[in-house]
Design a protein around this ligand. Sequence first.
Ligand code: DSN
Length: 419
Amino acid sequence: MKYLANDDPKLAELVNKEENRLETTLNLIAAENHSPQSILEIMGSVFNTKTIEGYPGNRFHSGCIQVDKVENLAIKRGKALFKAEHINVQPHSGTSANLAVYFSVLKIGAPILSMSLPHGGHLSHGHPASITSKCFDFSHYKVNPETQRIDYDQVRQMAHYLKPKMIVAGASSYPRLIDYEKMSQIAREVSAFFLVDMAHLAGLVAAKLIPSPVTHADFVTFTCYKTMMGGRGGVILCKDIFKKKIDKAVFPGCQGTSAVNMMAAKALIFKLAKEEKFIWVQKKTLENAKTMARALMEKGYTIISGGTDNHQVLIDLNSKGISGKSAELSLEAVGIILNRNVIPQDDNTPGKVSGIRLGSSAVSARGMGEAQMQKIIELMDMALMNQTKIGIINQVKDQVLELCREFPVNGAVSIMKNQ
Ligand code: DSN
């Protein structure tokens, strides 16, 4: 970062401090991961320069010889990796990708059925605060109050009653797998389009460790920086019959130029995702989430849905008498980074909420395994149960640091390079 240090020492210092923060804390945020160094390199490359409205071979600016090859590479690799009929790699984010899907086949105000945000859904699935809810008429299905899993009978009943034009499956805090076949069957029964947002799960799908929605859905969207371990940005997969509509909805419908450096990072992670080391990290991610869930239950924590089938563990803190916000703050103070999370039937105020969400991706990318997961849960429990006992809190901080030193973030990079 020598040029940055010269042009803006303040920002350079922030980069260094952020690097240090990442090295000295345990990242359990389910929507984050550590990327290979090559991803950071390509994102900071000269591909940042180019403005590229349009698609390869049909641009609105000249000088696209190399960037057309980059986009075509991302297209070729992404289609092969996910076995998709068509792919668009231009969306700036998951929300941009979802917006483009809605606008590709629906009229403004069309009814859409998606998962409620407090039950696991995402802002861009029609939350009142999101532009998506201002453009379309969303209704939301919930999880079953007993099982805390999707109630497919309820989805079917709602679909037949509401006659949505699109059904959305996919979530940002749902620790179980979704039966895509069942959801697509329901969508077909009411002649609705079927969109799966697999932003959280893309890496696990790419590694073929959990079922892919691609054959069942008309559209699949995802981002590349969560389990996928890549750079920022969104992707749309769709059936060939929607190819023209999707491409038009992304550009010029929802976006102008796309970011070539991000498209190059997408091409790169689609290549790395086929390598054994990527698959190894994804396997660890699944195993580690299960280990954390088990260890938490052994310590008396209530786990939403009683376990996990993916990289997430959602904890209901009501029985411990702690709010999600207080847990998030106490854990950040000892170097354990995660987020408070609303849970189904949450009675707490929106700012405090009753849950926390854990993700196993970033610690798995550092090379951690079962013993470290058990240690992390032990440390979490010590911190949460002794919030005012400075001596214990300091002990926890020291042990978190020790674990971080043993498994440096550079380890994430070396896992990708050498394993
Ligand atoms: N959807 C948000 C999350 O899961 O935390 C950010 O991508």
